[in-house]
Design a protein around this ligand. Structure first.
Ligand code: ADE
Length: 249
């Protein structure tokens, strides 16, 4: 069975796509699924597009039609923990849909599910944290130029394991990120897909992990910071960490 690798954006998936030995291309629900080998493993690679519904649809296809045995969702995120900076890498141990607020349920709880969060696979979380560390220590300085690292103030990036919060909102407000941080345990970052992908994986009983490089601080500077990072740097982080994770599976 193949592994499933997803990114939301063209910029995030660009280098991974280039590294894949593609044997088949199939379009389902308006999304292209590439089948082939990536770093020696049978893989299905797809770009979900942005948002929770896009992610859920793509993961459903990946599991139901392509039979993926595990799912890696990789991309960028806004930092929610003040200790995190641009270029740091968050690995999920759980994820939350921060815009879910259904009547009769706990805050963030998806009706029909127990609790307010979805658990990542502990083995994938541990392997991904090691993979990110290897990328930072061994490869990053070769794969990004000194100019790129200086531009984004990246010197010794850290790996953080914790909660990823997803919602159909680009968050660019200190007040909002504080509000979320006060309500979500061990919140590390915010993005727009991971916890929806996680929900589908949990429903299908398939292990998953979310990998997110911090592109901005989820604050008032975020629109500009995010745009610069996603255009110039995100692809190197997604390729580096996904590569090291796949090699260690
Ligand atoms: N992805 C990257 N940065 C983000 C932010 N600030 N809010 C939501 N998704 C993001």
């Amino acid at each position: 069975m193949p592994i499933g690798v997803l990114c939301a954006m063209t910029e995030e998936i660009a280098l991974l796509r280039g590294e894949m030995e593609i044997t088949e291309r199939e379009t389902v629900g308006g999304r292209e699924f590439l089948t082939g080998r990536l770093y020696g493993r049978e893989t299905v690679l797809a770009r979900s597009g942005i948002g929770k519904a896009a992610a859920a649809s793509t993961v459903t296809t990946l599991l139901d039609r392509f039979g993926a045995e595990l799912v890696i969702f990789s991309g960028t995120a806004g930092g929610a923990d003040p200790a995190l900076h641009t270029g740091d890498l968050v690995v999920s141990d759980r994820s939350v849909q921060h815009d879910m607020d259904a009547i009769g349920e706990a805050l963030f709880q998806v009706p029909g599910h127990e609790g307010s969060w979805f658990g990542a696979d502990p083995r994938l979380t541990a392997l991904a944290a090691d993979a990110a560390q290897r990328f930072f220590e061994r490869d990053m300085a070769q794969e990004l130029s000194p100019g790129q690292l200086v531009r984004f103030g990246i010197t010794r990036p850290q790996v953080a394991v914790g909660t990823v919060a997803s919602g159909d909102q680009f968050i660019s407000s200190r007040e909002k990120i504080r509000w979320l941080g006060e309500r979500i345990e061990n919140l590390k970052c915010v993005e727009m897909e991971g916890a929806a992908a996680a929900q589908i994986c949990v429903e299908f009983g398939v292990p998953h992990v979310i990998l997110r490089v911090i592109s901005d601080g989820a604050n008032e500077d975020s629109p500009v910071d995010f745009d610069a990072f996603v255009t110039d740097a995100a692809r190197y982080f997604t390729r580096g960490v996904v590569r090291e994770l796949i090699r260690s599976l």
